[in-house]
Each structure stands twice: as C-alpha cells, then as structure tokens.
Design a protein around this ligand. Sequence first.
Ligand code: NAI
Ligand code: MN
Ligand code: ZN
Length: 337
Amino acid sequence: MKSITIQQPGTLVIEERPQIKPQPGEVRIRVTSAGICGSDIHIYRGHNPFAKYPRVIGHEFFGQIDATGEGVDASRIGERVVGDPVVSCGHCYPCSVGRPNVCTQLQVIGVHRDGGFSEYVTLPAKNAYVVPDSIPDNEATMVEPFTIAANICNQMNPGPLDTALIYGAGPMGLTTIQVLRGVYGVKEILVADRIDERLAMAQANGAHRIINNANRELKAELEASGIRPTLIIDAACHPSILPEAISLASPAARIGIMGFSSDPCVLNQQSITSKELTIYSSRLNSKRFPQVISWMAEQKIRPEKLITHQFAYTQVTEAMEIFEKDQQRCCKVLLKF
Ligand code: NAI
Ligand code: MN
Ligand code: ZN
C-alpha cells in the first residue's frame, strides 16, 4: 500500500509499505479522502512534541471498511465511515468521567500511531463511525474538524443570549462560527482576524460582524460600539490573546482556549475573579462524532463551505505547500486516494 510518511522532520515521502492487517477489535479502512490540518504540517516541520518518526500522518480521513479483525463482525465490511483519531484506554480517570480525549494513555491516530494519509489505515472498530449516504464523501471527511468545535461548544454551552467573539478565522474559527450559529442559535457573532480574505470567509460562514485587528485595536473597536462579549473562543491561539479576552469579556462571561503554545502569558487574578469569568480549555474531541454527523445530516452545518482545494495524494507536497503558504485563499485542502 502507498502511505504518506514523514521520515524525519522536513522529509516527506510517498512510500510503498506492506499491507496492514486489522488487529483484534480493529477494522481496516480503505481511505478515499483525507483532510490536511495544521497539525500535519507541525509534524512535517518537526514542531509537534508528541510525534515520533517515521510517522504516517493524517487524522481526518474517510473511506470504506474493507477488513475486520478478530472479534469484529464481518458485516461491517463495506460501511462508509469516518475515523475518530482519539484512541483511549477506557478505564483511567479521564476515560471514566467521559473525557477519553485526555486519556492518560492517549494515542492520537496520525500523531502517536500511523494515520490516514495512506491507502489503508487500521483503528479500533468503535472509532469508525458510519456516515449516512446523504452526506457525500468530501463533506464526511470534514467531520473531525467540526468535532473540535463541537467539543469546546459542548463545554461552554452557548445560547441565544450570547454575544460571541471568535479570535481567528482559520479552519478552527470557521467551524466554530458555523456551530455557534447553526446549532446553538447564537444571535451575535463577532470575528477578529488579521487577514481580510479570511474575514470574508468568516462572514460567508455566518459571522455577523468582522474586525481586522491587525490595523485596529479590538478593545477600542468594541468599546466604541458598546459590545461586551459574553462568550469568547480563542481559535487563533496566540499567548497574547487570553489576557486581552479577559479584559474585553462581560462580567459572567466564558472564555474557551484551544492553543498548545508553551510560551507564558501574564494574567492577574483580579481581572478574572472580579467578573467571575469561567475559562474552559478543549483538546480534540470526546466522542463527538455522532453529534457532528447528525448536524451534517440535518444541514445545521455546511462543511462544503470550508473545502477550497482538492488534490490527488500523489501531489501531497504541492497540497501541503499551498495549505501552508496561501492563507488568503486556502482553508481546507483534501487529498484523494
Ligand atoms: P490557522 O493558522 O489556519 O488559523 C489561525 C488564524 O488566526 C489565522 O487566520 C490568523 O491570521 C489568525 N490570528 C493569528 N493571530 C491572531 C490574533 N492575535 N488575533 C486575531 N486573529 C489572529 O489555524 P487553525 O487550523 O484554524 O487552528 C487554530 C488553532 O487551533 C491552532 O493554534 C491549532 O493548534 C489549534 N487547534 C487546537 C485543537 C484542539 O483540539 N485544542 C485542534 C485543532 C487546532
Ligand atoms: Mn485536524
Ligand atoms: Zn484512559
């Protein structure tokens, strides 16, 4: 089988690997479509502290089950499925309280173990979720990125009374906007980014108001319009954002962070406690696949709006380069196998 492997930081190859077999409790997926994510680039560039090399990357993948391991019903062969990259132990403390995404033995497919940028991938049978025929292949490939938004929104419980502020209009910001508006019915969504083309995408994905904070100060802009956000999500993930979000937030607001920067950011207790703010963090997803699949089936979210490019897997180097360099025009890039 052909697999896209990062042999060591900076070296990407399409290599011939021996066909993999599903282990007991696993299924094998014949991958037909996969999405490129920022974290694939981080592994490629050597910026992911969890990655071990060589690694087949890719954690956003769709295909058909073509083989089952011991203990898995062979009737699953032929199912159209998306793979949840979160592989958890099922019995540690986080697993036992419904948070397998932070399992003490967490294995992320495409990071800790070989992933979906490959003609075939194996994974636990329970991680392969059936997609209804009404959802086309490309859209189905977008389930995983939407589970990130689903996970943070599930924690923050947005509602019609909220005035939401989203930092960042990349794939994560855009999926979050769609979920806030289409699923939770938030009436006022403001989005800040530094790239006008991305802000235009934010608008196309449901933002009510966009602000380019490269040349205008967000605080002054919001104060001038008397806006105090009640729900803030940092989908840009720069360490300077959390302190700013705390100062902009309404009393009783919730703030959600998703970043992995190890740089410090300076906060003081008073700024949080005086407004009794709640700060949430979210990593990957805790069994959010069924929820996102039903949102897609009900057309509450529109994954096709995020897909800007599609390439044959043989053009992966070009695809990764466009994804990395052309933030103006590029959102989700799919590889076809
Ligand atoms: P991206 O890089 O495509 O988008 C980030 C956007 O934020 C860009 O459009 C950029 O112009 C904008 N931005 C940067 N600094 C800003 C600032 N100070 N104010 C406003 N906008 C600013 O990245 P993508 O794929 O959308 O992911 C966003 C972040 O989410 C990444 O840092 C990634 O590591 C993180 N992430 C976290 C996950 C989790 O489970 N916690 C999962 C996936 C991504
Ligand atoms: Mn991703
Ligand atoms: Zn566990």
